[in-house]
Design a protein around this ligand. Structure first.
Ligand code: PHE
Length: 353
């Protein structure tokens, strides 16, 4: 009997060798351990045996049964791990994918309102023939002030509280600062092109401001510059009105006031009727009903000269839009601090942009 059982184990090992499918292993399992298999056969043959024999053979059969079971289990796990290895070899599975899909149920992939509006403005001006330029945030005093007709002792420097650098790269001859406006790119842009040209410069600017509902130390402007022949204030007003109508998707009420900026002459402040309160007065428009949105003017001849352009032949206009205010009016946001705060409850309201 013992010999028969040993034979059985040898046969099983032979049967299992080379098998690569789980189904086949399960077939083999039932062949050996099933109701009509050899083990069941031996057990039923014990019916007429003596008690002694039953005990002895019964326990041997049980041991062999366990060994068969072990061989089968081992074979199954062998097949399983080789299947996994095979899959890993042939397919590229992103094991983070499932998690990612789960997360997107609550996350969104829209644009921040500021980026959304910036892109819209870029599209609008590109459609009017403008280039989109960029410039450094860490700027030289020359581009931020001197070249814009603001010499060192000029009181206009006090209008913009400047963050100055005091490191080794910022020398007395070449003082460096965080740009206080995007106007410095006017000069960089002029020096790199020949008129006629027109470009905008969307970007971050920095001022040591006291922060409140309508002031941030870091905010955004969209500078604009157009240089051509015989440009007049009427051209400036036309471009501004078209752009604002496109941005707000409706005709907005505007007013022009004289404004002083050393780099434009004449200079203006273009105000928009406050879209938050409709002109009644609120914290954003400081109860005036109007929002200072767009300083602008005709480019000062000294600025053209700094850009190596002959003011006897060429002239043009420049403007500097406050992008954050524009976003606030467009979306009815009453506190500029929301725009920069990374509060998802705020940002998630702009999913569709
Ligand atoms: N650079 C000015 C500012 O930041 C705005 C401006 C730009 C005014 C262009 C006139 C023309 O205040």
């Amino acid at each position: 009997m013992s010999h028969k059982l040993d034979q059985l184990l040898d046969e099983l090992k032979k049967d299992l060798s080379g098998v690569t499918q789980k189904e086949k292993v399960l077939d083999i399992k039932s062949k050996y351990l099933g109701k009509k298999g050899p083990i069941a056969d031996i057990m039923s043959g014990l019916k007429n045996a003596s008690l002694e024999e039953k005990k002895e053979i019964g326990s041997k059969v049980n041991i062999v049964k366990d060994q068969i079971q072990d061989l089968i289990t081992h074979k199954l796990s062998e097949i399983e791990s080789s299947e996994i290895n095979e899959t890993l070899k042939t397919s590229q599975i992103d094991i983070t994918y499932r998690d990612y899909v789960k997360q997107t149920d609550t996350m969104h992939a829209g644009f921040h309102p500021l980026s959304a509006i910036k892109r819209e403005i870029e599209d609008i001006f590109v459609s009017m023939g403008f280039e989109v330029l960029d410039g450094p945030h860490i700027e030289e005093e020359f581009y931020n002030f001197d070249a814009l007709n603001i010499p060192p002792s000029h009181p206009a420097r006090d209008m913009q509280d400047t963050f100055w650098f005091h490191d080794k790269d910022s020398t007395e001859e070449k003082k460096r600062l965080l740009r206080t406006h995007t106007s410095c790119v006017q000069v960089r842009g002029m020096l790199k092109r020949k008129p006629p040209f027109r470009f905008i410069v969307p970007g971050k600017v920095f001022r040591a401001e006291k922060i409140d509902a309508s002031h941030e130390a870091v905010f955004h402007q969209v500078e604009g510059m157009l240089v051509d022949k015989n440009i007049s204030v009427a051209n400036l007003i036309y471009f501004m009105k078209v752009a604002l109508r496109e941005i707000f998707k409706k005709d907005v009420e505007v007013r022009l006031r004289p404004g002083f900026f050393p780099f434009v002459e004449p200079g203006f402040e273009l105000d928009v009727k406050c879209l938050i309160c409709g002109g009644k007065g609120c914290s954003v428009c400081k109860q005036s009903g109007w929002l200072e949105l767009l300083p602008c003017g005709m480019i000062h001849p000294n600025v053209l000269k700094a850009g190596k352009i002959d003011p006897e032949i060429w002239n043009g206009f420049a403007f500097g839009m406050g992008l954050d205010r524009l976003v606030m009016m467009r979306f009815g946001i009453d506190d500029i601090r929301n725009i920069h705060g990374a509060d998802l409850r705020f940002i998630n309201q702009f999913k569709s942009y």
